[in-house]
Ligand binder design. Structure first.
Ligand code: ATP
Ligand code: FE
Length: 333
């Protein structure tokens, strides 16, 4: 079975072809160059870029997979959540393809894609598992019980983890998207140099809050500047990153304990972070939990995870009616 996966929820236009569970083509055009001068994604520009890229990206994916559109058995497309203007480009394109070719179409939740992206890597978990999904738009913990059953256990009440990385990068004068730049600087800094706050919220809460941490970094930077001293970017990045990682890892392990689930999976752009992976590996080892992290190219948004998730949606619920709409907020919580 050939599945064409299409993703356009934010600022990457992506398409992939899977032969059953195996990725045979994975194509992506990043819009980073368009948005970097604004220090974040500009929705109007994002949807325009998607319009330019969507057809060539899908064509390229089919070409790389050495198949024709008529060989495709199922089209899977991101239905939400995300920027509506961006989503609608991929969603409408996929609907049109399905209408013309009569290939069945399924709409896939973007978060489900991230929760299942671990299955695109060689080391695959069993169900149930706890999934920490951390990206520029979301930070949430899910209980995954099957390929189609996910319960949101906690989520951010303000900024997403990736958003915090991006905003801290911006205030330090580092390029967008900030995560990889902050992480690189952090590599040569001291994580215990500055005591930034950790927001734990209520004792048993699995929610996150990162806006206080972002403000603490801003206040620290302003204080150092007022004193006429030089900023040690490496130490700031390392201490900030440590505060984010500490909360993400502790809360995810707490969720695994609370729900008696001995497996942890991560996903989303921030799951590419080296320190996050290192800390999870170390602490899961101590706590006797299994830990799974996706290959780096499947951490950020991609069409392959949508194709993979889509196949399971199709097996469970059949094809989607073509009059359904995209949505900006996830029903998964
Ligand atoms: P959505 O939230 O809808 O999934 P997105 O475009 O933000 O959209 P991703 O592509 O999954 O989603 O993630 C991008 C985010 O990941 C950015 O905020 C980026 O800074 C962050 N990121 C990428 N690599 C790293 C890294 N090594 N360390 C920390 N953050 C990172
Ligand atoms: Fe994403």
């Amino acid at each position: 079975m050939y599945i064409l996966g299409i993703e356009s929820s934010c600022d990457d236009t992506a398409a992939a072809v899977l032969k059953n569970d195996t990725v045979v083509a994975n194509v992506l055009t990043s819009q980073d160059a368009v948005h970097t001068k604004f220090g974040g994604v500009v929705p109007e520009l994002a949807s325009r870029k998607h319009l330019e890229s969507i057809h060539p990206v899908v064509e390229k994916a089919l070409e790389n997979a050495r198949i024709k559109l008529t060989d495709v058995d199922l089209i899977a497309v991101t239905r939400g959540p995300g920027l509506l203007g961006s989503l609608l480009v991929g969603f409408s394109y996929a609907k049109a393809l399905a209408h013309v070719t009569r290939i069945p179409l399924v709409g896939v939740d973007h978060m489900a894609g991230h929760i299942l992206s671990i299955f695109l890597s060689a080391n695959r978990p069993r169900f149930p598992y706890i999934a920490l999904i951390v990206s520029g738009g979301t930070s949430a913990i899910y209980l995954a019980e099957s390929f189609t059953s996910f319960t949101c256990l906690g989520r951010t009440r303000d900024d997403a983890a990736g958003e915090a990385f991006d905003k801290v990068a911006k205030l330090l004068g580092l390029p967008y998207p900030g995560g990889p730049h902050v992480s690189k600087k952090a590599g040569s800094g001291d994580p215990s140099a500055i005591k930034f706050p950790r927001s734990w919220l209520e004792d048993d809460s699995l929610d996150f809050s990162f806006s206080g941490l972002k403000t603490a970094v801003l206040n620290y930077v302003n204080k150092v500047k007022r004193q006429g001293q030089d900023l040690n970017l490496e130490n700031i990045c390392a201490s900030f990153q440590e505060a984010v990682v500490d909360v993400l890892v502790s809360k995810t392990i707490f969720a695994a304990r609370q729900y008696n689930t001995p497996r942890i999976v991560i996903g989303g752009g921030v799951s590419a972070n080296g320190r996050l992976r290192e800390s999870f590996t170390h602490r899961c080892d101590l706590e006797d939990l299994e830990f799974f992290a996706p290959d780096l190219n499947f951490c950020t948004d991609n069409g392959a995870m949508i194709g993979f998730a889509g196949r399971h949606v199709y097996e469970q619920s059949g094809k989607m009616e073509l009059d359904l709409d995209a949505y900006s907020r996830s029903p998964l919580g």
